[in-house]
Ligand binder design. Sequence first.
Ligand SMILES: *Cc1c(COP(=O)(O)O)cnc(C)c1O
Length: 424
Amino acid sequence: MNIEKSKELFASACKVIPGGVNSPVRACRNVHCDPLFIESAKGSHIKTVDGKDFIDFIGSWGPMLLGHAHPDVDKAICDAAKKGTSYGAPTEIEVLLAEKVCKALPSCDMVRMVNSGTEATMSALRLARAVTGRNKLVKIIGGYHGHGDAFLASAGSGLATFSIPGTPGVPESTVQDTLLVPYNDLDAAKVIFEKYGNEIAAFFVEPCAGNMGLVLPLSGYLQGLRDLCTKYGALLVFDEVITGFRVSYNGAQGRFGVTPDLTTMGKIIGGGLPVGAYGGKAEYMQRIAPAGDVYQAGTLSGNPLAMAAGLVTLNILEKADYAGLEQRVLSFVKELVAVLQGKGLDVQYQHIASMFTLFFTDKPVHNFADVQNASTEIFESYYKQMREMGIFLSPSAFETAMVSFAHTDDDFNYTLDCAKKLKF
Ligand SMILES: *Cc1c(COP(=O)(O)O)cnc(C)c1O
């Protein structure tokens, strides 16, 4: 495939933008490819500056559940833009979106809008520390909560140890309060609470892990975390930046029937514009300034364009056929797995709603260690061949494919036809 224009732009980009991209994974380094530069997107399709058309399974990494350039979302953004793009004073649409979010998510009496998922998790951590008067947080090995310093801790020696920073620039003192446990391991969570229970402010978890590839919670895991947090007086924080409005309109908390103390959101609630949010019980949220003493602010927070995009997106999703999409995606994934297995590959899959990950391994996948068993070499070959045939996949073995309501059966069938031509 001729991608000369993308290559030229990437060369120019590398001179003025670190690594040529504004977020690392876009650079496609994991799969040793040059990134494709995008010209436009519509529905389930995305077009590069080279004039090539792809079926998109990235969905901007989560936000585009309705597909690209949905006419109602576009109209809402354009209408809003005509009335001015930012005022630094409150607007009605912020109230409407907050009401909508609180109605959808069982845990939220109140919600504060911010500009990214990263900001949401950083603010939720600050609030949890203020509410509990404690400093430590527990997070999952392989869990991602944006790039806030406290969350950038690598596994280090794992269970029941203090963290070491996951990147230069984060002081050890910042992550010394970050404790790590494997996902889906309730015993490990118990051990950490037994040891540090009265120092733990919050347990942060993606209810369905979506940043180590998709890994679903085992039965009883989320409820077990809920019980532990209640027992030890720590706040349970569901990071629903991916799962919110995707695994169901009522989030993972609605779907699994487990209510966290705080919830962080992003991606879908901005309808493709930069939005994050955090919410929870009123007694906690009332601690946020100016209602309370915990400072958190934002010049562009609640931006009218972003609120307009988010509100119309949720209005459409409220009536959307999530079950139907889940069924269609599941049949597609099962067929895809069958095609790959027919080629002699070991493949596991994880799927919920409109998201899935294929893992090239013969062992079941329940946590980050299992994920790391999967072959990145086979993934790279799969990625490169599929891309050559017009399928736009996440350029990493450890990411989640995002399907949208705009994906048609033709899109799925074309993708399966491509898979049948793969050679390993
Ligand atoms: C994407 C993501 C974030 C960070 O959101 P940004 O908008 O990229 O800052 C946080 N948590 C989870 C679970 C995410 O998937």
